[in-house]
Design a protein around this ligand. Structure first.
Ligand code: ADP
Length: 468
């Protein structure tokens, strides 16, 4: 027999059923023994024949015996019932000696519903028979009297054997059915869990199990489903980051290709041109310089971004007055903004607002935002910086009323290499990494930076930094 759960169930139930049968048979035998031990105490005759006996039976008073539910008979020497009071213990009025002897023999048997107390009076030559019903009896015995038994013994043995065989067959059939029914509930749940696990192993991470149970299997199901969804999330994340990584490599190679090709082209021209005017030569060198600066900036920012992604990256945090730092940075920006023909408005409170800051990195974020405002917007644009404080955070709004960023890019603009206008970005020498770096830095401060404005109305970036 295969060691499946349903087979094991069957075996267990069979053992239990057999044990129950053994226990039942044992209980039967124990009760027989108990019956024998207790039997004597069941009969209580308060009127023994010895106490009631008189030499003349007419003086024997049957009243108390009758009152207590007993009966009294007197049998004379000719086996004639001369007095019969109460329920008859003897079948006839006139008995033969054999019948009376049989009665005497039978009266000693404990298997009767009546108990007899019989005494012979030699003077009066009569038997006094006092009979009381046995108060309580328990009979569990199968009796066989081999001398009296007549009949076909092999047939009886066959009938009993058949009965036992049918009983055993029924027992086995019931055990099989019952074990299958109870076993199937467990095996069904296990099968569903096994199928789920198989699907998971085969790469179907959307596999979930629904057992519709509330027992321990439901806990297992919840754990399984929880595990499956975590794996699914993990795999999705891995796929996404794999995709992001591939995209990043594509973007890097794409962005490096143009300046490198340009540098190569102009360098070759310089090398191989037979004659070249001083002006032309200078032009070539300027292009080479511009493109190498561009490539250099791209690589520097890329290095910076990967540093921030590495687990070793940490900030040099100091408890700092945010307002003071922001005022200093804005002071540095004034010159740049004026040179670019920009207007500016700063609204920074006088009272200190304390936060844990890496001053250099924080400055880098504000400079990135300011550089972008200057690079992508026309002269006459107004740049405004304001700081407000809520319960536990400082909010810095950095906005301009320039060309704005398309709303469709709102979620993606902080991703590396995402630009609103590629041609213009190329012209301005942007790497598409500035906002990604800004986001990483603010996140490392426990804050965030988001784009709030919609296109056409300029751009507003909201930076939040937790206060102390
Ligand atoms: P880049 O190095 O190209 O400037 P960023 O990540 O700093 O990269 O900016 C991403 C893109 O967002 C830019 O290419 C530009 O198209 C757009 N952008 C950022 N700031 C502004 C702004 N203030 N006004 C208009 N467009 C902006």
């Amino acid at each position: 027999m295969r060691k499946t759960i349903s087979n094991q169930f069957f075996l267990h139930y069979l053992v239990v059923f057999v044990l129950v049968a053994v226990a039942t048979v044992s209980a039967y035998f124990f009760l027989i023994i108990a019956n024998h031990l207790a039997e004597d105490t069941f009969t209580k005759n308060r009127y023994p024949a010895s106490a009631m006996m008189r030499d003349d039976y007419r003086f024997i008073d049957p009243a108390p015996i009758l009152k207590n539910g007993g009966s009294l008979q007197i049998v004379d020497k000719d086996y004639r019932v001369v007095v019969a009071e109460g329920k008859d213990a003897l079948p006839k009025r006139q008995l033969t000696p054999a019948e009376f002897t049989e009665f005497l023999v039978e009266s000693k048997s404990k298997d009767r519903t009546l108990s007899h107390d019989i005494l012979y009076n030699p003077q009066g030559e009569f038997w006094l028979i006092i009979t009381f019903p046995t108060s309580f009896r328990i009979d569990f015995e199968v009796k066989m009297n081999p001398k009296a038994a007549t009949g076909n013994f092999p047939r009886v043995a066959f009938i009993f054997g058949l009965t036992i065989a049918i009983y055993l067959l029924l027992l086995t059939a019931l055990t099989i059915v019952y074990s299958r029914i109870t076993g199937s509930r467990i095996t069904e749940s296990l099968r569903k869990l096994r199928d789920g696990t198989r699907l998971l192993r085969e790469g179907d991470y959307s596999a979930r199990v629904d057992l519709r149970l509330t027992n321990e299997f439901a806990e297992l199901q919840d754990t399984f489903n929880d595990m499956a969804s975590r794996i699914e999330e993990e795999i999705d994340l891995r796929k996404k980051s794999e995709g992001d990584r591939r995209q990043l490599i594509l973007d890097i190679s794409h962005d490096l290709k143009n300046p490198m090709a340009s540098i190569e082209g102009y360098a070759e021209r310089l090398l191989h041109a037979a004659t070249m005017s001083e002006e032309e030569r200078r032009g070539c060198l300027e292009v080479i310089q511009k493109n190498s600066q561009r490539a250099n900036r791209l690589l520097t920012e890329l290095f910076e971004l990967s540093q921030m992604d590495s687990p070793e990256f940490s900030l040099h945090l100091e408890a700092t007055d945010l307002c003071e730092v922001l005022r200093q940075i804005c002071g540095e920006l004034v010159q740049e903004l004026e040179r670019a023909g920009f207007d500016y408005e700063f609204a920074i409170p006088e009272e200190p607002v304390w936060a844990w800051l890496d001053i250099d990195r924080f400055g880098r974020v504000v400079h990135n935002l300011a550089d972008n405002a200057v690079r992508y917007n026309p002269r006459g644009t107004t740049v405004s910086v304001s700081l407000t404080v809520t319960d536990d955070q400082a909010m810095i709004h950095f906005s301009d009323n320039g060309i704005g960023i398309p709303t469709r890019l709102k979620g993606d603009i902080f991703k590396p290499f995402v630009r609103a206008d590629y041609a213009r970005t190329f012209e301005t020498g942007g790497s598409g990494l500035g906002l990604a770096i800004a986001k990483r830095i603010t996140e490392a401060h426990g804050g965030d930076v988001v784009l709030c404005s919609s296109s056409g109305k300029g751009s507003t970036f909201r930076m939040t930094i937790p206060t102390i």
